[in-house]
Design a protein around this ligand. Structure first.
Ligand code: SF4
Length: 175
């Protein structure tokens, strides 16, 4: 695999659900993604979005487009919408929860009342995700941090973590 990056073009990404997800995995990766810098892909088994999609069910997955969000679960319960994701494991639960909170906040801004639901079928578990005042404060802090990071001209330094070994940027960060 190459240790060079290329830019397919496009403006700096604004904070979105995907960046929230990646920020909680690796701040440097969030910066690289926000700046549209992608690793040159010689190894097809490693791809962008790997963490995100590795946690979902690729075959059974039927994503539902809801506004600009793609979710696995969308249903009406009384006067509320329930949106959510189906995950293989709870390994990235914190990231998935924060991403869902981001979507719920987006919907709330559009006047839609929603709750979140993470489903872990293999663990026979469902987790309800609610945008409580405390969760919203935490999310706001995360969003502010992401904005600060991506506005910087240089990415945060690489810090080895358990995701580095299989990260698409691994050669760029560590070669
Ligand atoms: S290789 Fe490690 S430090 Fe570099 S972007 Fe990936 S997770 Fe972050």
């Amino acid at each position: 695999m190459s240790n060079r990056l290329y830019s397919p073009g496009g403006d700096l990404h604004l904070v979105n659900g995907t960046l929230v997800w990646y920020y909680l995995i690796c701040r440097r990766e969030a910066w690289l993604m926000a700046h549209n810098l992608e690793p040159e892909q010689e190894n097809e088994s490693i791809e962008m979005g790997r963490f995100l999609h590795d946690t979902a069910y690729p075959k059974e997955r039927k994503e539902i487009l809801f506004g600009h969000m793609k979710v696995d679960v969308l249903r009406r319960e009384g006067d509320k919408w329930v949106i959510g994701e189906v995950k293989k494991s709870s390994r990235f639960q914190q990231s998935a929860t924060m991403q869902l909170l981001f979507y719920i906040r987006e919907l709330r801004k559009a006047g839609i009342d929603a709750e979140g639901e993470l489903q872990f079928p293999e663990e026979k578990r469902k987790v309800s995700v609610q945008l409580t005042p405390r969760a919203e404060e935490e999310l706001e802090n995360v969003i502010r941090e992401i904005e600060k990071i991506i506005e910087s001209k240089t990415p945060p330094s690489a810090e080895w973590c358990r995701y580095c070994q299989t990260c698409a940027y691994s050669d760029f960060c560590w070669a």
